[in-house]
Design a binder for this molecule. Structure first.
Ligand code: 6PG
Length: 242
């Protein structure tokens, strides 16, 4: 089936997260039917929290949690109980509320004081989980992404070193803006996904969404997310839409 490129504009934030949750559930059912498992890379930040809570609420029935394997597309360089931790956000909004086997959850060990070592560790986790040969990239069934104010995705920020990474799966990336390292998937991993779903909600995202979707200017990180053989879905509410 040809790769889909789709921009879905929903009337409200509630409708946006409902539609995103249904897309998640639909893809989970299909992947489990076809391959026995659903491998997802979660996004951090604040936007997806509502999606995770909705998925955990039971409002969308029949999600095969025991066959779902969770990964993170990026993490802040903090311990898992830190308020900044993307793992903690997911734990509180989703993991604490659903019966997902602990062995199905692969968090980034960002408590390691050496961010590069944490990235290499996570890379090994991906290689062993997906059974990758050298030079191969994992194919996630679904990769969730938010959108940063300057167009960053995961922790791939404009002008940062990881923007040019072509071989690694996961790297530590110095983010001058926050004066910290982040641990992040690279573009090759994002672009090997079977489906990449962007979520953006609210007036605050409208300018950057317009720049990414309509403006032929500078190659913002979000523009470089072009799955080679996968669907690219933009889920927006009307306030965030161009
Ligand atoms: C992170 C995210 C990052 C996020 C954007 C948007 O760790 O912060 O992975 O890429 O998606 O910064 O964040 P908001 O959803 O909070 O606007």
């Amino acid at each position: 089936m040809a790769a889909r490129r789709e921009i879905r504009i929903l009337n409200s934030a509630d409708e946006l997260f409902r539609a995103a949750a249904e897309e998640f559930a639909g893809r989970a059912a299909e992947a489990v039917q076809l391959r026995g498992r659903f491998c997802v890379a979660l996004s951090g930040g604040s936007t997806p929290k509502t999606l995770y809570a909705l998925l955990a609420s039971g409002a969308i029935p029949g999600i095969p949690w025991d066959k779902i394997f969770l990964f993170w597309g990026d993490e802040r360089h903090v311990p898992p109980d830190d308020p900044e931790s993307n793992y903690r956000m997911v734990k509180e909004s989703l993991l604490a509320k659903v019966s997902l086997p602990a062995g199905n959850v692969f968090r980034i060990k960002a408590e390691d004081p050496d961010a590069a070592r944490a990235a290499a560790d996570y890379e090994r986790t991906l290689v062993s989980f997906f059974g990758l040969q050298p030079g191969e990239f994992p194919r996630f069934d679904l990769i969730l992404l938010g959108l940063g104010p300057e167009g960053h995705v995961a922790s791939l920020f404009p002008g940062s070193a990881a923007m040019n990474e072509k071989k690694r799966l996961v790297v530590s990336n110095w983010v001058e803006k926050f004066k910290t390292d982040r641990i992040t998937f690279t573009f090759p991993v994002l672009n090997h996904g079977a489906c990449v779903m962007f979520l953006a909600s609210g007036q605050g995202k409208a300018a950057i969404v317009k720049q990414v979707l309509e403006d032929d200017g500078e190659p913002l990180p979000a523009k470089l997310v072009q799955p080679e053989d996968g669907d690219l879905l933009w889920f927006l509410d009307k306030d965030a839409a161009p």
